[in-house]
Design a protein around this ligand. Structure first.
Ligand SMILES: Cc1ncc(COP(=O)(O)O)c(C=O)c1O
Length: 439
């Protein structure tokens, strides 16, 4: 545990960007739930015992069995992480000027659509932008708006996507009815429908406990039903496959599969290892089975809710309800004296690190704000959030209490805190490498 004085020096040296800090200088790391889960004894054992092979590895066949059983798509390719899958999918299906509707694109998804000349468009329900309001399925697609847009623009739309859970608006759940409704629109207009399935198991648990008619269904039944409405998916195994690296693209169309496979060989590797060591595929296969166990999901949900409740009860402006993988705080409400142009949630990330040695991440103005190509001005996104993402099977509830104490201490002295100015940002995924200065 470093001292506050040390942390002040370290964060200044990092350009007030928590991505530039070293892990040894962090006490509790809630930067991401991606690739930071603790692997089980069974995963480690499978990694040790699988054979490494360029072609025909047994871990590929082990993964194939689980993926087909759980996701149900006819074909799949392994990839080294979610964004590699996004790149394969969009470069196979999206042409310049093609528009991709999504409930909310995550930053890498958006960047990969843009990289191939496409236009990402979000259609999340309006409640998603009201952080205080508690709505069971706040991650849903606005089906009326989506259909209206699709009717007018169908020739330009190569695929429709939905992201479960919806990370961008607070890890919020998407209902089965909404997945089905999106699928019906896609089918009506003969457009392929894909799921960004990073947190499919957490989403399935939300459906089980919140949606009428699913209480007595098993997680596996819910998962299968969700995917049955789609033509394919991208999946980052770093989330709900409980692995440190890995991913999958699943698809029903033979034609799309062949394009994906060709691109895979060029950019990732042979189809039976897909850019990973074979042991990673083995760990993903086991992790997928573990993450879909109801007892695990119950523990996961309870831990995230525990942190959320501590903050909510202390009057912290959290995004309500708690997300599946993280607790989000509305930075604009937390620091209501700091204008959005001065990065309130980024400021909170900096202050939380100084106060408690805890690393969260801004998902707001720095992450999603775009520069207007005509005026050069920063276009402010509707939400400016701090995400406290909880790695799976890593921390105890006592750690969560400590995190909450840190946030509450900052809230008590919030009026004394000033915002930041951004002094550098690259054009795509700028927040990873951005630099800030104190105002
Ligand atoms: C919703 C969503 N989609 C895609 C990705 C990209 O996955 P990866 O980090 O494995 O490239 C992420 C990662 O956080 C995500 O949250």
């Amino acid at each position: 545990m470093s001292s506050k004085a040390e942390r002040k020096r370290l964060i200044k040296g990092a350009g007030y960007n928590v991505f530039q800090l070293k892990i040894d200088d962090i006490y509790i790391d809630l930067l991401t739930d991606s690739g930071t889960s603790a692997m089980s004894d069974k995963q480690w054992a499978a990694m040790f015992t699988t054979k490494q092979a360029y072609a025909g590895s047994n871990s590929y066949y082990q993964l194939e069995k689980v993926v087909k059983d759980l996701f149900g798509f006819k074909y799949f390719v392994p990839v080294h992480q979610g964004r590699a899958g996004e790149h394969l999918l969009f470069s196979s299906m999206v042409k310049r000027g093609g528009v991709v509707p999504n409930n909310s694109h995550f930053d890498t998804t958006k960047a990969n659509v843009k990289l191939v000349g496409g236009v990402p468009k979000d259609f999340v329900v309006k409640e998603a932008y009201r952080s205080k309001k508690k709505v069971a399925f706040k991650g849903n697609m606005d089906l009326v708006k989506l259909e209206d847009f699709v009717r007018k623009n169908k020739a330009k739309i190569p695929l429709i996507m939905t992201t479960i859970t919806n990370n961008t608006v607070g890890g919020q759940a998407v209902s089965m009815a909404n997945i089905k409704g999106t699928s019906q629109i896609a089918r009506k207009y003969k457009i392929p429908f894909f799921i960004d399935a990073c947190r499919f198991a957490e989403n399935a648990y939300f459906i089980k406990i919140r949606e009428r008619g699913y209480k007595s269904k098993t997680i596996k039944e819910i998962v299968r039903e969700m995917f049955s409405y789609a033509d394919g998916c991208t999946f980052s195994g770093k989330k709900d496959a409980l692995t440190n690296i890995g991913g999958v693209v699943g698809v029903n169309s033979r034609e799309v599969f062949e394009k994906l496979r060709t691109m895979l060989v060029v950019t990732e590797g042979f189809p039976t290892y897909g850019g990973m060591a074979c042991r990673e595929l083995a760990s993903m296969a086991i992790g997928l089975q573990e993450s879909t166990k109801e007892s695990y999901l119950e523990y996961r949900y309870e831990q995230v809710s525990y942190l959320w409740e501590k903050l909510y009860r202390a009057g912290i402006p959290t995004v309500n309800p708690a997300g599946g993988h993280a607790v989000f705080i509305d930075g604009k409400k937390f620091f209501d004296h700091i204008p959005q142009e001065q990065f309130p949630s980024q400021t909170l990330a900096v202050e939380l690190y100084i106060e408690a040695g805890v690393r969260g991440v801004e998902l707001g103005t720095s992450c999603f704000g775009e520069i207007d190509s005509k005026t050069g001005k920063l276009i402010l996104p509707k939400l400016d959030l701090l995400r406290l993402a909880i790695p799976r099977r890593v921390y105890t509830d006592k750690h969560m209490s400590y995190v909450a104490e840190g946030v509450i201490k900052i809230y008590q002295k919030r009026k004394k805190i000033k915002g930041l100015k951004r002094v550098y940002a690259p054009s795509l995924l700028g927040h990873f490498l951005a630099k800030f200065d104190r105002l």
